[in-house]
Design a protein around this ligand. Sequence first.
Ligand SMILES: Nc1ncnc2c1ncn2[C@@H]1O[C@H](COP(=O)(O)OP(=O)(O)OP(=O)(O)O)[C@@H](O)[C@H]1O
Length: 371
Amino acid sequence: MSSTPVSPAPEAGTAPEASDAPVLEAVGMQKHFPVRGGIRSKGVVHAVDDVDLALYSGRVVALVGESGSGKSTIARLLAQLMPVTGGKILLHGEDAKTKNRRAFRQYVSRVQMIFQDPFGSLNPVHPVRYILTRSLRIHRGRLRGAALEQALTELLERVQLTPTERYVDKYPHELSGGQRQRVAIARALAANPEVLLADEPISMLDVSIRLGILNLLKDLRDRLKIAILYITHDIASARYFADRTVVMYAGRIVEQGDSESVTQDPKHPYTQLLVRSAPDPDDLEARAHGARGEAPSLVRPPSGCRFNPRCPFATDLCRAEVPPLIAVGEGADGQVREAACWGYSDRPDRPKVTDVLEAFGERATAEEAVA
Ligand SMILES: Nc1ncnc2c1ncn2[C@@H]1O[C@H](COP(=O)(O)OP(=O)(O)OP(=O)(O)O)[C@@H](O)[C@H]1O
């Protein structure tokens, strides 16, 4: 799928005031999917391991990483579309594990998801009016008559589908991709959510309208103080839109910090590869595969750091022990930045991490010389 950046403009997401406590939090979250072959289990896919993540009111966190790194699984776990294998999800500090149907409904109202494909996520046989009033009735049960009509108009205005009468009786196929995504966002807003989990909300849209959708989400962050998780392959859009950026590799967090620092001065060798290869993510794949084989199997992930088979700096330590998130200095927001790389530890046997592309370049030159 294409991940062309929405804009090369280096405008970082402005950080609005945020309350101190997270709205939604994952603590040590883990998801292992069983792999079945015939009757016997053939092990598990380690899709997500030891993930801690906090979403704050009026803040955007971007989750970036290549395909299969576990981003969508994290969103689906946070939406409670499936159970965690380990760890906890906390909503306002309380275990969100659903006790009954009513509690689950309340959770769903507060934590809404927006999907990649706005056409697939909207029922094609119903017009916009039906799609939105249905959501309003589900989440704000008592609305009827004029009040319902008013709420419908407000939703369309909120997502800038105006004049509203132009859109309200249209069917999804009569709308453009961007307009359909706006309807999908309006449907999520009908629940008055505190959290939006946006799983690649712009990647299927035409490049020319991506920025409009990100600006709409920014507006919701700022005006409604919604906490947003923004999942993307495209690190340039994370810089534009997100206050914080969390980088995933093979089911684990490898780096996190304010978006400006992570994207402009990446510390983890994988993030360096991701950033330096932007804006063409295919180039990343080509470099990474050309340099060092495939992304790892998540059924038998590499021991130690999961990036070690592709890392030009990997040592025995990297192959033996999982690196914890290590402080790598202060970010542009004054908060501590972290990278899960032994190169930043004070271990005497640590790898010497420098510039990843230079390292790959040196290897290529050496290989050419041998050939
Ligand atoms: N229901 C499932 N059963 C088995 N394995 C699964 C299931 N869902 C996801 N996986 C596996 O978990 C891993 C993480 O997948 P996930 O979709 O979360 O990655 P992603 O980073 O969102 O990728 P993409 O950007 O392509 O959507 C992958 O190896 C995937 O094949």
